[in-house]
Structures are given as structure tokens and as C-alpha cells.
Design a protein around this ligand. Structure first.
Ligand code: ZN
Length: 360
């Protein structure tokens, strides 16, 4: 798939003098980023390394948008000459070209730890060169890429997978500390509360991974909780609730509602009131209250102790089960917690393994 997007002159493909420039790194030799470093890089490489070198630049789209107009124009000239390529993610393309051109050198700072499973030639490679500024000119030093053990490669692959694509800088990663909601009417993710998938990012806007429209920011991820709906201990669905969110559980759909008719037979759903219980996330604690339902609701605690639920808010613990209409529908909190970059296991599956309620 990538190959179709590569505009590489065939003569470059087989050249032993090919140098691939990771443009996003090179232009950031100074802050703010400047295209002039690319030209300096070329000049300097020809002077100090190889006078016959030919160059191919790869830039990720995100970086391109950060360039000023003159620098974008410089990039276009390179691209029109078949010397540069803009793509959403630069690394896979750079490595693909380097794999096809076994003698090609790469100018970057990257050691590509998370790509070493697919590109084993990276282990111990001497083909990566780091540019640095010395007396106003660019020099190069070889990047030391010693082989790394398989388990470290696995870890690097996993870490890379934790970073949703498009979130390329430290500033944007802050957005991953929050949960997001899609409000596009026709979107598959629109009716969920906090979207469970990671958001995407496009040109400084956090967007829906499905419909690619801008998302609405909810509370911090570390405060998002998830409730599970069960019938006779069979799990039917899970609903994430972000900080500050509340849902009314009952027969009826609409904004801020969970419609039990989606998961129960008509006959069973009849036993649930239109407005049966309200479930609310208040700073990571789940509170429940009965909304004056016909058949009532109760919380079953450890050892079978039962508390009938009234109009006052009740803090639901990890081991508590909320019974609607004497248990035709059961709701409990999952132990799933997610904060930035840290995934903790769902401690409540299987249920009741934990004695201590760590959500309080
Ligand atoms: Zn959407």
C-alpha cells in the first residue's frame, strides 16, 4: 500500500549514493523549524561525506502544516523534482525505502526501536546518521544502533501502539489525558458516552477515529469509570461514564439515557420504569439513586446485605451490585481504569476477586 505513494525516481532506487532525509527531524535542528537546514544538510553531506550523493526527503503531514509559507514552497520544489514525499507517518516509508536500497544512508536521530521486528537490518546498523550544528555548519555522526533483545523490541512495539496516531508532540499528548465524545449524529460512536477508542488528531484538532469530525472534550481519563449491565450474571454491555456524566436507566431513548429495551426482551423490559435509576460519575465515584421507580432498586453488598435505594445518592462500591426490579437487571462497576499511557487490568473480571474498593 505504501509503495504506491512513493514517488521515487527509478535511478535513485538502485543508487548506492542514496541518502534518505527524515525531513521532520532535520528542519527542527533549531526552534522554530526551518527548511534551510535541509539545504545545509545536502551541502554539508556532499562536502564531508559523499560528493555524488543524491537525496530523498520524507516528511510527515503534521510537520508540513507547521511550516511557514516560504518553507512549504521549498518543500514543493523538492517534491515536484521527485526528491521529496509528504506522508501521514514518515517512519514506515523511510524504512521501506531503506530496505529496498541496501546501501542507502538515513539522516535522522531515530533508532527505530519499534520497527526492528519488521526490519531486522536495523539491529546494529551503521546506516543512520545524526546531524548536528558545529560552528554554524552541519556535521554528521553515526548513530549507535546496537542490537536490542527481542523482549525490548516487544516493549517498544507495544509502547508505540499505545500512542494514538497523529499525537506527535508532547503538547498534543495532553489531550490523551481526557476522554472525548463524538456528537456527529450518524456516527457509529455518537451514541456512546466516552468513546472507548483512542481519538485521532488532525492539524491540531482532536477528531473522531470513525467520522473524523471534531470531538467534544469530557473529563480526565483517570476519572472515567465503566458500568456493566448483566442479566443473571451474563454480561450484556458496558457503558463508560466520564467525570460529570450521568445517565438515566429506563425504558426510553434520548440524550443522557440508557434504554434497557436495547438489551432486554420486551417482557422483561416492562418491569423497568421509564425513569428507573440515575447513575452518575462524580470525580471518579459512581453514585446511584432511584428515580421513583415502580418496582424499586436495591444495592446488594458483600455477604448478601441489601440496601433499598431511595432518592438520595448512594456511592456504589466495586463489589456492590445494583439490582433493578428485584434483580431482573443488575448493574455493577467494572474495575477498568485508564489514565494516560497506563492501562490497568479490569480487576473486577472475574467479579468480586478484590476485597478492597480502590475507587474510593
Ligand atoms: Zn464520530
Amino acid at each position: 500500500m505504501l509503495r504506491k505513494q512513493v514517488i521515487v525516481n527509478e535511478s535513485l532506487r538502485v543508487s548506492a549514493d542514496l541518502v534518505i532525509i527524515d525531513l521532520s527531524y532535520v528542519i527542527k535542528l533549531t526552534d522554530p523549524a526551518k527548511w534551510v537546514w535541509v539545504e545545509e544538510c545536502v551541502k554539508s553531506w556532499k562536502e564531508k561525506m559523499n560528493a555524488n550523493a543524491t537525496f530523498l526527503g520524507v516528511m510527515d503531514s503534521k510537520t508540513w502544516y507547521s511550516l511557514n509559507e516560504a518553507d512549504q514552497q521549498s518543500f514543493r520544489m523538492w517534491r515536484n523534482a521527485g526528491r521529496a514525499q509528504k506522508i501521514r507517518f514518515a517512519d514506515p516509508l523511510i524504512l521501506e525505502i531503506a530496505s529496498e536500497n541496501r546501501a542507502a544512508q538515513i539522516i535522522t536521530y531515530d533508532k527505530y526501536r519499534d520497527f526492528r521486528r519488521d526490519h531486522t537490518w536495523l539491529q546494529g546498523t551503521t546506516r543512520i546518521w545524526e546531524p548536528f550544528l558545529e560552528d554554524e555548519t552541519i556535521s554528521f555522526r553515526q548513530v549507535d544502533c546496537p542490537p536490542i533483545p527481542e523482549h525490548d523490541i516487544s516493549k517498544a512495539v507495544q509502547d508505540a501502539g499505545l500512542k494514538p496516531r497523529g499525537f506527535t508532540n508532547r503538547e498534543s499528548w495532553k489531550d490523551l489525558r481526557f476522554d472525548w465524545q463524538c456528537k456527529t449524529i450518524d456516527c457509529r460512536l455518537a451514541n456512546t458516552h466516552a468513546i472507548q477508542e483512542d481519538p485521532a488528531r488532525d492539524n491540531d484538532v482532536v477528531i473522531c477515529p470513525e467520522c473524523r469530525q471534531p470531538l467534544t472534550k469530557l473529563g480526565p481519563r483517570s476519572k472515567t469509570r465503566e458500568v456493566i449491565f448483566l442479566v443473571e450474571s451474563d454480561e450484556l454491555c458496558r457503558v463508560p461514564l466520564a467525570q460529570g456524566e450521568a445517565i438515566t436507566v429506563g425504558r426510553g431513548n434520548g440524550v443522557g439515557r440508557f434504554d434497557v429495551r436495547k438489551i432486554l426482551s420486551l417482557e422483561v423490559a416492562e418491569k423497568i420504569s421509564r425513569d428507573h435509576v440515575c447513575i452518575e460519575n462524580d470525580h471518579g465515584m459512581i453514585f446511584v439513586r432511584d428515580l421513583g421507580s415502580t418496582n424499586g432498586s436495591s444495592v446488594v453488598r458483600d455477604k448478601g446485605r441489601v440496601k433499598t435505594l431511595g432518592a438520595e445518592k448512594y456511592a456504589l462500591g466495586l463489589s456492590d451490585r445494583l439490582h433493578l426490579s428485584r434483580g431482573v437487571l443488575v448493574i455493577r462497576i467494572s474495575g477498568k481504569q485508564r489514565s494516560f499511557g497506563i492501562f490497568t487490568p479490569d480487576l473486577s473480571t472475574p467479579p468480586y476477586l478484590r476485597q478492597k474498593d480502590n475507587l474510593k
